[in-house]
Design a protein around this ligand. Structure first.
Ligand code: CBF
Length: 836
């Protein structure tokens, strides 16, 4: 109404007086007002947590001003928007990031200090919103930050799970999972939208009817669940633009089924309510593997249907011609998890909007695109035809139709090539027919992308080979990136200040290309000394945290060697710990004098294993068991420490990464699609030991192979080696590794029988991940690490060069590429209040 009723708008504006002031009094007033009026706490005595909440509310007020203005502006100007559909958003804490983006950290720090509160302590009061598993969810969060920073009109859409990724607790060396009810203290960042609700149907049947000579279908019956929206403002860095993340929560369609209630069936009506609420209750804790449960498919459809309806409603507010839809909306599918959104969109266009197939298909295809994040077969989603037909009967019909038309085209182009048809079909035939979600996504999208050059090449040549032949311009690369705001500026404020001092301004935070200039300081003694001091302070901070969490004292003069990521066999944490054992046994052989010459190391491994992933859990137990022995061995003292860092999460990463000197990205070549923590480590001056896999390849192109420790089999060698190993033609295990295996099997590290079957299969050559094969070159690379670390001048130069050459890995670059070649969307800076 602001634009239709000037007088009313003016009056309301006068009542509001102005935007929130940035001076100390205004900040303090807004905080204490929230203590009194929002939290209903006494303003005379409120805890750090109360202060955190009130501060967050006061920040949210500010965000709402820009958030409302941004959305109003985009609506009035009817701009094209990007919609990023993701089942996961691994946001991490919001307070520090928000204050930095709106450039108010200093103002808030001083205002709080003046009333007796320490901003850093408040940061620690925030729970991590952990609505994601790992790389894929964290990437979505980095993208949100870059989209807002680049002033791209964009909304993220996801699920507001009641329980995020579980909390990992270690008991007797084993992982235990504890539920993460992250909302128990409330969530001051979100805005509940009781007015934005959509009914979502499940089950039921389709009814065919004729209208104006055309056969039409309608989906009827079944069960209805409501989707309610919760919004979180997403501010950009150094801009007034503020985007939105909309998360859906499931609710019963009506509080009680009064019919059952009146019939006295009170319990079944309560059950129905719980069944509805259950849909968005928990994030499935699987990374890179599918959980084929009905509830998971329900989550996917629930979220997709609400999102598509919301996007369509927004489109229809300002547009009447469906042909314009692709000019107003670009929908990105973050992996196949939201694939059913494409079918839901088609269903609405055909069954509800009454478009014909050809028109609807064209609109769908021009507005949807899909990102593939893995080649691992266990992560490529399929759903049984039976389950989809039961849960979403109309969608199954449409999937069959899409496939039917597609198969006709293939048959025309490749007559008689049934093998090709079988491979490209959306339906995998067999006793239990399956829908291949990736094939569905490729067909429905105008663009498909991989997440690193090597990964894209692999999908073009392997899993999507046939599609690449058929649609030669469809599959392209978009190398991942990470936001320098969270991963340098917030995580490593001292380093950020040093870079700003050297570059003489802070523009690099929003334009990472500028960091290149740092190269000029790689040999500047004064600068290098400051660099060293900062790393040392970050190590001290981490050492204090390790002492607090685990009660273990780690030396600050040691090389900090870190591998933090989900525990997965392909990521080869096992190879890391086998090497640690080798190092330990070698140290034990030495005289005290010889030991003194060794570079001391602190090896830190952290990450969660999916609760049902037995081998990953066995690896965690082994790491803990090795730590127990090594850390208490008097001969070894401070020369080697082994830490399993529990409950690895975004905020833990923000402490671990700035303190690391060496980080491990050692997956079997061809198995890690990209990796993104490798990028964060490089940006924080940490050197990489890694294989030529995923984005490591591009990192080595940027920073130079000499500035990394690269080892192991290359992608093109892996298949042959594996073949050889499984044919029983494996080389005998080398002496060093055999000694490590013997130590494990003979009980040097206590009862680790859980890992024995894995060790036995490695000895038998059943080594799918090439641990035994790559071990020798890994040891060589590790020796080179030690030698290089002895030469601190060289090490620090490599570290500085890495940072100065890391610009490519900013998610701003990635997002710009998506905007240009996939979404075709413009940057729209909205006028700041002073301009309007
Ligand atoms: O593309 C983001 C990340 O996604 C994964 O985590 C995934 O879930 N498939 C991959 O494993 C990573 O390599 C990738 O960086």
């Amino acid at each position: 109404f602001i634009y239709h009723n000037e007088d009313k708008a003016k009056k309301i504006w006068e009542l509001m007086q102005t935007y929130q002031g940035v001076d100390q009094k205004s900040i303090q007033r807004s905080i204490v007002n929230h203590v009194e009026y929002t939290l209903a706490m006494t303003r005379f005595n409120f805890s750090d947590f109360g202060c955190y909440q009130a501060t967050a509310f006061s920040m949210r007020d500010r965000l709402l001003e820009s958030w409302n203005d941004t959305n109003q502006y985009f609506t009035t100007h009817n701009v094209k928007r990007v919609y990023y559909l993701s089942l996961e958003f691994l946001l991490g804490r919001l307070m520090q990031n928000t204050l930095n983006n709106i450039n108010m950290e200093k103002n808030y720090r001083e205002a709080l200090l003046d009333i007796g509160y320490d901003l850093e302590r408040l940061y620690d009061e925030e729970v991590d919103p952990a609505l994601g598993n790992g790389g894929l969810g964290r990437l979505a969060a980095c993208f949100l930050d870059s989209l807002a920073t680049l002033e791209v009109p964009a909304w993220g859409y996801g699920i507001r799970y009641d329980y995020g990724i579980f909390k990992q607790v270690i008991r007797d060396g084993y992982q235990c999972e504890v539920p993460d009810f992250w909302l128990s203290g409330g969530n001051p960042w979100e805005i509940e939208r009781p007015e934005v609700v959509y009914p979502i149907r499940f089950y039921g049947y389709t009814e065919k009817y004729e209208e104006n000579g055309v056969e039409r279908a309608q989906w009827k019956g079944g069960e209805i669940v409501m989707a309610k929206a919760y919004d979180t403002p997403v501010p950009g860095y150094n801009t007034f633009n503020c985007n939105n993340l909309r998360l859906w929560k499931s609710l019963p369609a009506q509080e009680f089924d009064f019919q059952s209630f009146n019939k006295g069936d009170y319990l079944s009506s309560v059950e129905m309510k719980q069944r509805a609420e259950y849909i968005t209750s928990v994030l499935y804790p699987n990374d890179n593997s599918q959980e084929g449960k009905e509830l998971r498919l329900k989550q996917q459809y629930f979220f997709c249907s609400a999102t598509v309806r919301d996007v369509i409603r927004r489109f229809k507010k300002n547009n009447s011609d469906w042909k314009d839809f692709p000019k107003k909306a670009a929908l990105q599918l973050n992996d196949t998890h939201p694939a059913i959104a494409a079918v839901e969109f088609l269903r609405i266009l055909i069954d509800e909007e009454k478009l014909d197939w050809g028109e609807a298909w064209k609109i769908l295809h021009s507005s949807f695109s899909y990102t593939n994040h893995t080649v691992l077969p266990e992560a490529l989603e399929t759903w049984s035809v039976g389950l989809i037909s039961h849960l979403l009967p109309r969608h199954m019909e449409l999937i069959f139709l899409i496939n039917h038309y597609f198969m006709e085209d293939i048959a025309k182009k490749y007559p008689g090539d049934y093998q090709r048809m079988e491979e490209m079909s959306i339906i995998a035939e067999g006793d239990d027919k399956q829908v291949r979600m990736a094939n569905l996504c490729i067909l429905c999208s105008h663009k498909v992308n991989g997440v690193a050059e090597l990964h894209t090449k692999l999908i073009q040549e392997t899993i999507f080979k046939r599609f690449h032949e058929y649609f030669p311009n469809k599959i392209e690369n978009k190398t991942n990136g990470v936001t320098p705001r969270r991963w340098i500026h917030c995580a490593n404020p001292k380093l950020s200040d040093l870079i700003t001092e050297a570059l003489e301004d802070s523009e690099w935070i929003g334009e990472l290309e500028r960091i290149e200039y740092l190269e000029n300081f790689a040999e500047d003694e004064e600068f290098v000394q400051k660099w060293i001091d900062i790393k040392k302070q970050n190590k001290e901070k981490l050492a204090a945290k390790v002492k607090e969490v685990l009660g273990i004292k780690i030396p600050v003069n040691a090389l900090y060697d870190v591998q933090i990521k989900r525990i997965h066999e392909y990521k080869r944490q096992l190879m890391n710990i086998l090497y640690v054992i080798h190092r330990y046994l070698t140290l034990k052989d030495m005289t005290p004098g010889e030991r003194e010459k060794v570079v001391p190391r602190v090896v830190i491994i952290g990450g969660k294993a999916a609760p049902g992933y037995h081998n990953a859990k066995a690896i965690i137990k082994l790491v803990n068991a090795v730590g127990d022995i090594v850390n208490n061995d008097k001969d070894i003292g401070d020369i080697l420490k082994v830490i399993f860092y529990p409950n690895y999460c975004v905020s833990a990463a923000q402490t671990l990464i700035p303190a690391s000197e060496l980080s491990q990205h050692i997956s079997t070549a061809g198995m890690e699609a990209s990796g993104t923590s490798n990028m964060k480590f490089v940006m924080n001056g940490c050197l990489i030991i890694g294989t030529m896999d995923g984005a490591n390849v591009e990192i080595s192109e940027e920073v130079g192979e000499d500035n990394m420790f690269i080892f192991g089999a290359r992608v093109h060698e892996v298949d042959d080696i594996r073949h050889r190993l499984f044919a029983g033609e494996h080389n005998p295990i080398g002496k060093r590794l055999q000694r490590v295996f013997d130590a494990i099997l003979s009980g040097t590290f206590g009862d680790v029988s859980i890992i024995h079957p894995i060790i036995h299969s490695l000895m038998d050559g059943k080594d799918y991940y090439l641990v035994t094969e790559d071990f020798d070159s890994y040891v060589k690379a590790q020796n080179k690490v030690d030698d290089t670390y002895r030469d601190q001048k060289k090490w620090n130069m490599m570290s500085i060069l890495g940072v100065s050459r890391s610009a490519k890995f900013s998610s701003d670059r990635t997002i710009e590429e998506y905007c240009d070649s996939i979404w075709k969307v413009d940057r729209i800076p909205i006028p700041t209040p002073s301009d309007s």
